[in-house]
Design a protein. Structure first.
Length: 152
């Protein structure tokens, strides 16, 4: 006659305490990882804006060589063939690009391109990024040397 097998662990699975410990560890990891993730997203979007500003400035320089003046625009309706988004689509763009004359100048002398956060993206540190035809990169309202390095 065989004896019944005695299982030292009759209830297999996880206890509530074990599940709570795992959830706490996952929560702590997320707590530390999320701000870092957000920081990388902001940096990537700023890089996207800087690249769009450079492309728009190249378009402006080509226009200047043909017409001896830069071209101001503010949105899709007035931009024509000029780049007015940082991304490929309006929904996927974190910045809108606009162009205007430099302070104290005319469109025959200088143009300033501005990349303004849009589409729900907010950049409290940098705000609106600018690039002018003199090659100065800064944020709106500050001199090139006063802007934080992350914003240039």
């Amino acid at each position: 006659m065989s004896r019944p097998h005695h299982d030292p662990y009759p209830h297999r699975g996880f206890t509530l305490i074990e599940l709570m410990c795992v959830l706490c560890i996952i929560g702590m990891l997320a707590l530390f990882a999320y701000p870092s993730y957000q920081s990388h997203i902001r940096k990537a979007r700023r890089t996207e804006a800087r690249a769009a500003l450079m492309q728009a400035m190249q378009q402006q320089e080509r226009h200047f060589t043909q017409h001896n003046a830069y071209r101001a625009y503010g949105d899709a309706a007035t931009a024509g063939s000029f780049r007015w988004l940082s991304g490929d689509t309006e929904a996927g763009s974190a910045y809108r690009i606009s162009a205007g004359e430099c302070s104290g100048g005319t469109l025959q002398e200088c143009i300033v391109l501005s990349a303004t956060p849009a589409g729900g993206f907010i950049d409290a540190q940098c705000g609106t990024l600018t690039l002018n035809s003199r090659g100065e990169r800064t944020i709106a309202g500050l001199s090139p040397t006063a802007a934080p390095e992350a914003c240039r």
